[in-house]
Design a protein around this ligand. Structure first.
Ligand SMILES: C[S@@+](CC[C@H](N)C(=O)[O-])C[C@H]1O[C@@H](n2cnc3c(N)ncnc32)[C@H](O)[C@@H]1O
Length: 216
């Protein structure tokens, strides 16, 4: 796994990480590669592609997330996290953010738990559940609920709404600007920002759709 490629990407994203964090990111990719053979965590198998399509792609969301949360120690839920994208990357880069990665597939949640232990990330946990079953009143709720390559915006927001704290926001990582999905959102969901992202080394459209409950 190329440390130079990652370092160059981090520079282009204007992200200043410690050497230890860069090592953790590379160790995470190595874990993903190792356990992908057993757990089927992602369809991307080529190491160079994992760096751009997974790691740098997820890292592109860090600056927008830090700006939105003003650097506060928030609780974040990554819905349909799979092998931990972007949840594990956020937990590594933002130790002040408490990250829960939820997935319906038990072995994927188990992989996240294993990654948290191996990478010594006390701010990361894997949760084996359908997101629809998570309720803020039981677990305290989340300030940010994010997803990447998950469901439509309508399903993402309606399935995860009960997990939101008052004042919380949704951060949906999408490819091309999802015109039809945005049009299908109900009146109870307010889209307050759509931002385009540029992933280093990837010539593809990416954006973040920021939403919150109407009046929330
Ligand atoms: C296409 S994968 C995306 C994984 C990861 N976010 C990524 O970007 O590589 C979607 C994941 O959502 C999970 N999933 C589907 N429905 C779910 C639900 N209702 N609650 C939680 N996870 C769900 C699936 O098991 C799968 O791991």
């Amino acid at each position: 796994m190329s440390r130079d490629g990652l370092t160059a990407g981090l520079q282009r994203l204007d992200l200043a990480l410690s050497e230890a964090q860069v090592t953790q990111l590379l160790d995470y990719l190595a874990l993903l590669q190792k356990w992908n053979k057993v757990y089927n965590l992602t369809a991307v198998r080529d190491p160079a592609e994992m760096l751009t399509h997974h790691l740098l792609d997820s890292l592109t969301a860090i600056k927008p997330l830090l700006r939105q949360t003003a650097g506060e120690p928030v609780r974040l839920l990554d819905v349909g996290s799979g092998g931990g994208l972007p949840g594990v990357v956020i937990a590594i880069v933002c130790p002040h953010i408490d990250v829960s990665c939820v997935d319906t597939v038990g072995k994927k949640a188990a992989f996240i738990q294993q990654a948290a232990a191996t990478l010594r990330l006390s701010n990361l946990r894997g949760v084996h559940a359908r997101v629809e079953t998570l309720k803020a009143e039981q677990g305290g709720g989340f300030d940010v609920v994010c997803s990447r390559a998950f469901a439509s915006l309508v399903d993402f927001t309606s399935w995860s709404q009960a997990a939101l704290k008052p004042g919380a926001v949704w951060m949906a990582m999408k490819g091309r600007h999802p015109v039809d999905e945005l049009a299908a959102l109900p009146g109870g969901v307010e889209v307050f920002h759509v931002e385009q992202l540029q992933v280093p080394g990837l010539d593809a459209e990416r954006c973040i759709i920021w939403m919150r409950p109407q009046g929330g």
